[in-house]
Ligand binder design. Structure first.
Ligand code: PRP
Ligand code: URA
Length: 210
């Protein structure tokens, strides 16, 4: 099976992404932009939610209309930077549950280390969307998908803001069944595993830790 990859080039997303990339954008604005981009991306990532027809009485007549057919969602941000995307997606889908996976990249080996995991107890009944702004080597995304798959969710999608070609390829090879949503595919990784041109260290920029 080949992954579905969606690159979201909507003008609003691209405009906000340019502001995110700008090194002079401070933490407050960066947080707001990450949240807004995540909300816009969520609109597309939930396009396949099934609908059912209902009847509603308008002030004029009975309308045959549609509502979401009870499919349950869970968002799982990868700590830390993924937390910046949660507000935006839960604004669109307030009934979704939120799990957390804590991972950090060892700066020497660039391998992910898992330090925390707390997922909704009914995750096996839910469609999961993993959130992380950066798909760099792909190690963190691959580890997060593997952790979640052990809990037998109904499906898993991965949503990032910037991907590198290397990370995209690695995630596709490791989890070919997982659709990938991103706002931009950048040029490459540098020798420190940072995406070029990218936006720098997403966690530090969200939380102002550098
Ligand atoms: C960043 C980012 C991803 C990861 C991507 O997190 O938020 O989780 O790097 O890199 P990868 O694709 O090579 O695994 P980081 O490890 O810096 O942790 P932090 O968010 O806690 O700062
Ligand atoms: N993690 C980040 O936050 N930024 C990168 O460019 C790569 C990994």
């Amino acid at each position: 099976m080949e992954n579905q990859v969606y690159i979201m080039d909507h003008p609003l997303i691209q405009h906000k992404l340019s502001l995110l990339r700008d090194k002079t954008t401070g933490s407050k604005e960066f947080r707001e932009l990450i949240s807004e981009v995540a909300m816009l991306m969520c609109y597309e990532a939930t396009r396949d939610l099934p609908l059912k027809e209902i009847e509603v009485e308008t002030p004029v007549a009975i309308a045959k209309t549609k509502v979401i057919a009870g499919r349950k969602l869970a968002f799982v941000p990868i700590l830390r930077a993924g937390i910046g995307m949660v507000d935006g997606v839960t604004t669109l889908v307030p009934a979704a549950k939120v799990g957390h996976i804590g991972l950090y990249r060892d700066p020497e080996t660039l391998k992910p280390k898992e330090y925390y995991s707390k997922l909704p107890s009914d995750i096996n009944e839910r469609e999961v969307i993993i959130l992380d702004p950066m798909l760099a080597t792909g190690g963190s995304a691959i580890a997060a998908v593997s952790t979640i798959k052990k809990h037998n969710p109904k499906s898993v999608k991965f949503m990032c803001i910037i991907a590198s070609p290397e990370g995209m390829k690695a995630l596709e090879e490791a989890h070919p069944d997982v659709p990938i949503y991103c706002a931009a595919m950048d040029e490459r990784l540098n020798e420190h595993g940072y995406i070029v041109p990218g936006l720098g260290d997403a966690g530090d920029r969200v939380f102002g830790t550098k």
